[in-house]
Design a protein around this ligand. Structure first.
Ligand code: FES
Length: 221
């Protein structure tokens, strides 16, 4: 599991709040932060808004199996969308779809097709891989409609990614690859084994993401 630097004096708590709430600095953020600042709240993420956490079970996000665990046999070179599911304080299952940016894209490729810069240690048997399904350009959900099997395309501005090569950008305006989520196998199910390896949308830098992880870990401690 990737470890992260813990401190960055340039990252403010307000910036973290802004990102975690899924807002932008330009739209609505100012009034939101004014309100938060005036109330001086203790900010806490509810379990449904937590990012994917180690131990979370991946469940189907759509279709007839929505809400049920994704099984290895469900996966292929066709994109399968999933949510991470964890527990709340009472030990009850919570699907973390309170933050729409937690949506994931899963693939299972034949042995040998997943290659660098995919982090193969963060895959299952070098075949099953999980990425953020949120486009790094402006946050649309990335799809595999209207492209060849095993390719990805964003419907908003035609961004393209290669899921066999670490979801690198192969066309269009996205500024960086989709973030890869480390996963492991538990029986026939898929389980999260750590935080995203690189910063996912809507974070705008590695430092913001690391600060977010720090806040999450402090809340969970
Ligand atoms: S939001 Fe995906 S290419 Fe613009």
């Amino acid at each position: 599991m990737t470890r992260f630097k813990r401190n960055d004096p340039e990252i403010t708590r307000r910036k973290f709040i802004n990102v975690a709430m899924g807002t932008t600095a330009a739209v609505g953020g100012v009034s939101l932060l004014s309100t938060l600042g005036a109330a001086n709240p203790v900010f806490r993420l509810t379990p449904d808004k937590m990012p994917p956490l180690k131990g979370d079970l991946l469940v189907h996000a759509e279709g007839s199996k929505e809400g049920r665990p994704v099984r290895l046999e469900d996966l292929s070179i066709q994109l399968v969308r999933a949510w991470p599911m964890g527990k709340n304080e009472n030990g009850e299952d919570v699907i973390r779809k309170g933050d729409p940016n937690n949506i994931l894209a899963l693939y299972r490729f034949p042995q040998g097709q997943l290659v660098a810069p995919t982090n193969l240690e963060a895959t299952i048997n070098g075949q099953v891989v999980a990425y953020s399904d949120v486009c790094t350009h402006a946050g649309c959900s990335v799809s595999d409609s209207d492209v060849n099997a095993g390719e990805m395309r964003c419907p908003c501005h035609s961004g393209q990614y290669d899921p066999k090569r670490g979801a690198v950008v192969t066309g269009g305006p996205p500024p960086r690859p989709l973030a890869q989520l480390p996963i492991t196998q538990q029986g026939e199910n898929l389980v999260v084994s750590g935080f995203f390896l690189t910063y996912p949308y809507p974070f705008t830098s590695k430092e913001e993401w690391e600060s977010h992880i720090q806040e999450v870990e402090e809340q969970l401690a």
